[in-house]
Ligand binder design. Structure first.
Ligand code: AMP
Length: 687
């Protein structure tokens, strides 16, 4: 069950609300995300009853928060009413300067100003006390300001309330702004589509109601609502919000359109290939949403830290008030009390609790804008400290587009026979190698294949016109009892072919490295990252490609299970750093799952990749690997800055307050001011 808590911005209150919800006996697996304001949980009671209980709990701490099963925009609107209150309070404060001190007029204006600026805080304090939830900022502000009034310092009381409230409002709007900007990144899926009916009329409909095979119309400047194949028209499309590619793509009849991209120039008609719930845009959105619930270690640490830290600080404050009172036998007690309260206000861990998840959330948002989907803050955190990057060769470092280089028949077989036999079985294969045979169509239906098998890491077999044909590497043929293979001197991937146990000859196919491979490996090496290539191909070919692109370590002739073993060993040998595996997601799911971070390339259109990887690169562009590492480091930098800044300012003001040099104003700055600065820092974007 998912519940939205719109208008919830206070980290402290969120923690309390979540802790109470966790205590409900029928609730399990709950998670409250302050950034999305989403509460997810499992409940054994009905949704209605659970919602009622949640509403009760939220009302206790944050009466203004709107609790519902749907997101409401209402609570996110700028709180103009609150600003007007503060403005009136501020004007009255200024007016008080024009009245004679100690006159009735002065007292009346000051108290009115105090009540207008602070009534929200005062009301919350009373509610908290009624709920026996004493310790929070509201109580601190109330006690501090009433203390100031008691010693006749009205202006300090008003100022405390005024600055605290302004700080809170600014922080609220900063958090909302960050949330809105991240949400706008996610706004890649239009809800309506224009469908063309049998009579050729166009009707706008809810995108959810469009079925497979329906024809939709996409006008220029419209976002493509569903994945489809162009049936008519040509245009250029901007796919940047999906793949991060900056150049528009030219598309014609027969090309695939990805939902979420934008049609730039021409009118397009497309036949829908995936319904709304299966479309690329929906998958990306779901992935982004779920990524937020996977928390990084830093987030977990901060939550734990806040839990231990708060009681320690409260105990310290208590001692600060009580010890001097005992030593000085109650003299100046109000001074010690004020000092202890000041200390408490400063120490609120809000800035830390809010800025850490916000840094990660904004990092994930930036990555997604560049066509890199990250499935959780934990992966972004690991990416900032990468030791090894392991690449699969075919389709990752190379284009995976094979072409035939030579055909060498053996004994009685002819070239034509060899190539036709091989292409008969290869046509049924899904391995990139098989694409080399695309041009050899069997137009006369001479070769019928039955009992086709694809043997991962070896090749393919099938019964062709009553004979068992094998096409693959030498291991495959040896396994099938074929002897005396010809071993070519030429480099390239060798496909040996046999008919029953008779050797027919070999075909050499070759693939080319991606243009960016060399630069990418270079950049990783510059960052002291170890690069490794794992390949099922023969050693000579693998070595040749590795040399060409400058990769350090090559392991070739590996079966899928050997790839996993090699990766396992590398991970266990690597201390203090993450191991990344980069593959195309086709048949390397075990390696993707095993690596600390599994990165799948070319995510558009391949469900398998999106499911098994931790990071999905939507395009085929390898340079996204160093880019995502850079972005992860940037995110870590922002987060560290927030933590260091918050702790330093707080510790300095805490020491000053313990020594009696910091008043309540400084305390309010150390609390809300620092939170605000931390939140603003998470807005920064990398160059
Ligand atoms: P992979 O691990 O997928 O790179 O495959 C390892 C090796 O198995 C390749 O280098 C080929 O020698 C062989 N192989 C796999 N699939 C095929 C196929 N469809 N046709 C020929 N050889 C294949």
């Amino acid at each position: 069950m998912t519940v939205f808590l719109d208008g919830l911005n206070c980290a402290n209150c969120a923690a309390k609300i979540h802790s109470d919800i966790q205590k409900l006996p029928y609730v399990s697996n709950s998670d409250l995300n302050l950034v999305t304001k989403k509460l997810t949980l499992k409940t054994s009671k009905s949704h209605d009853k659970t919602l009622k209980e949640i509403k009760k709990i939220v009302k206790k701490y944050e009466p203004d928060v709107i609790v519902s099963l749907h997101q409401s925009e209402e609570a996110e609107k700028p709180k103009i009413k609150n600003w007007i209150h503060l403005l009136i309070g501020g004007i009255l404060l200024v007016l008080s300067f024009f009245t004679a001190p100690n006159s009735y007029m002065f007292t009346a204006v000051s108290i009115l100003s105090y009540l207008i600026t602070g009534y929200k805080v005062l009301v919350k304090t009373v509610k908290n006390i009624l709920n026996r939830q004493f310790l929070d900022e509201n109580l601190l502000m109330t006690v501090a300001s009433i203390g100031a009034i008691a010693i006749g310092d009205y202006r300090e009381a008003i100022a405390v309330m005024l600055f605290y409230s302004i700080g809170e409002l600014l922080q609220d709007s900063a958090v909302n702004k960050s949330r809105a900007s991240i949400k706008s990144l996610m706004d890649i899926r239009p809800d309506t589509a224009t469908i063309i009916d049998e009579k050729g009329n166009s009707n706008p409909v809810d995108a959810k109601n469009v079925k497979l095979g329906d024809i939709i119309l996409i006008k220029p400047q419209e976002r493509i609502p569903l994945d489809c194949i162009i049936t008519d028209g040509n245009s250029t499309v901007d796919v940047s919000s999906i793949t991060g590619e900056s150049l528009p793509r030219t598309v014609n009849k027969g090309d695939t359109l990805i939902s979420g991209s934008i049609n730039i120039s021409g009118v397009l008609y497309g036949k829908v290939t995936a319904e709304f719930s299966d479309s690329t845009a929906t998958k990306i959105l779901e992935l982004m949403e779920s990524s937020i619930s996977k928390k990084s270690k830093s987030e977990g640490f901060i939550t734990k830290f806040a839990k231990i830290y708060t009681p320690i600080v409260v105990a310290l404050a208590f001692l600060m008030a009580v010890i001097p009172a005992i030593i000085f036998k109650g003299e100046n007690f109000s001074l010690w009390l004020t000092q202890a309260l000041t200390f408490l206000v400063i120490s609120c861990p809000c800035a830390l609790v809010i800025s850490v998840p916000l840094s990660f959330f904004s990092g994930i948002g930036i990555c997604s804008k560049r066509g890199i989907l990250i499935k959780g803050s934990n992966y972004l955190e690991l990416l900032a400290n990468v030791k090894n990057v392991v690449f699969d060769k075919t389709g990752t470092l190379t284009y995976g587009k094979f072409s035939i280089k030579s055909v060498v028949p053996f004994s009685k077989f002819t070239e034509d026979e060899l190539i036709k036999t091989a292409s008969a079985v290869e046509r049924l294969s899904s391995h990139p190698i098989s694409k080399a045979f695309n041009n050899f169509e069997d137009s006369e239906n001479e070769y019928t294949v039955t009992d086709f098998k694809e043997l991962s890491g070896l090749g393919v077999t099938g019964i062709v016109n009553g004979h068992k044909i094998s096409a693959g590497n030498s291991s495959l043929l040896e396994k099938n009892g074929v002897k005396d293979l010809n071993i070519p001197k030429e480099t390239g991937t060798v496909i040996h072919i046999s008919k029953d146990t008779e050797y027919m000859g070999y075909i050499i196919v070759a693939d080319t490295p991606k243009t960016e491979s060399c630069a990418v490996i270079n950049e990783l090496k510059k960052n002291s990252i170890n690069t490794v290539m794992l390949s099922g191909d023969n050693l000579e070919t693998a070595k040749l490609i590795a040399e060409e692109i400058g990769i350090d370590n090559v392991k070739a002739e590996l079966m899928p299970k050997d790839k996993v073993e090699n990766l396992e060993k590398l991970i266990s040998d690597t201390k203090n750093g993450a191991t990344v595996f980069v593959g195309d997601g086709m048949n390397d799911a075990p390696s993707l799952a095993l690596a600390d971070i599994g990165v799948a390339m070319g995510g558009v259109g391949t469900d398998a990749a999106i499911e098994s990887a931790d990071v999905v690169i939507m395009s085929d562009d390898l340079s996204k690997i160093p880019e995502v590492i850079k972005l992860a480091k940037f995110t870590r930098k922002i987060m560290t800055q927030c933590i260091i800044m918050a702790l330093t300012i707080k510790i300095i003001i805490m020491i000053l307050s313990a020594l009696g040099f910091a008043n309540m104003w400084a305390a309010v700055f150390a609390d809300v001011g620092v939170s605000l600065l931390a939140v603003l820092n998470t807005f920064r974007k990398p160059k």
